[in-house]
Ligand binder design. Structure first.
Ligand code: DGL
Length: 274
């Protein structure tokens, strides 16, 4: 008799961006419930130290555990880069990050063996992508570029237009020079810049958006561990609960852009453990 588990999946991000992962999870597993935590009081993570990101991530996981989740998806690339190994060591439930699924896709897609990665300063400095490529496909040449201005531009709603074009031209120059054929969008916000990045690099460069790949991986993991809900039920319908650590107003305003619909209600979370 197949087993299944009705508990929700937990997803956390430093803020809003992780909603791109929620969107993919809802598409791939509409039968699952989900609890989302956006650490909006402490965003951005992308310019913080490893120690701080590990501490914030641990508090986020503890909060999600209190909500009774069966698995955790770390939607934030910075948190995945700095904190995933620590979280995997210290918690027993399955925890999935966004780095490996993105790398797997890039390895499958690249024809020339030259891959680019863009991310926050912390993600690039952590070396997490470089280590993962080295382990999985050591022959691939990887060029990384930190693009710290991309996150505030997306948060402002400036995903296209002359200003973003100019910033993108400048950041992406080393990737053009390296003649990559595949680029990993290594940050939650960058899928919203696909149009601009795609135009600057040209249509011969394929863009890896990790969200879809993570959702597929999450489903496989739930099935193999006997934690999935049965799909195809007539009543199956995606059900999400959304928490943020700061006042929810800004999140409410911006969520539609990342998710495609407006989640309600958005509740304020207290992640402090003291
Ligand atoms: N969520 C972060 C990431 O994917 C971007 C925003 C931040 O810097 O916190 O790296």
């Amino acid at each position: 008799m197949p087993t299944f588990d009705k508990r929700p999946i937990g997803v956390f991000d430093s803020g809003l961006g992780g909603l791109t992962v929620v969107r993919a999870l809802a598409r791939v597993m509409p039968e699952e419930d989900l609890v989302y935590l956006g650490d909006t009081a402490r965003v951005p993570y992308g310019n913080k130290s490893r120690e701080t990101v590990v501490r914030f991530s641990t508090e986020n996981v503890l909060f999600l555990l209190r909500q009774g989740v069966k698995m955790i998806v770390v939607a934030c690339h910075t948190a995945s880069s700095y904190a995933l190994p620590f979280l995997e060591r210290h918690f027993k439930l399955p925890i999935l990050g966004v780095i490996e699924p993105g790398v797997e896709t890039a390895i499958r897609w690249t024809q020339t063996g030259r891959v680019g990665v863009i991310g926050t300063q912390a993600t690039v400095s952590s070396g997490a992508y470089l280590r993962t490529f080295k382990r999985m496909a050591p022959k691939i040449k990887v060029v990384q570029v930190a693009c710290p201005l991309f996150v505030p531009l997306v948060e402002e709603g400036w995903c296209t237009g002359p200003l973003v074009d100019q910033v993108a031209e400048r950041y992406l120059k080393p990737l053009k020079r390296a003649r990559i054929d595949t680029l990993i969008l290594g940050c939650t916000h960058y899928p919203l810049l696909k149009q601009t990045v795609g135009r600057v690099l040209g249509s011969h460069v394929r863009l890896v958006d990790s969200a879809q790949q993570v959702a597929i991986k999450a489903k496989e993991l739930l099935i193999t561990q006997g934690l999935a809900r049965p799909n195809g039920l007539p009543t199956a319908c995606f059900n999400g609960r959304f928490f943020v650590t700061d006042e929810p107003h800004h999140f409410e305003k911006m969520a539609k852009r990342f998710l495609g619909w407006c989640p309600r209600p958005i509740l304020k979370a207290d992640v402090s453990t003291t």
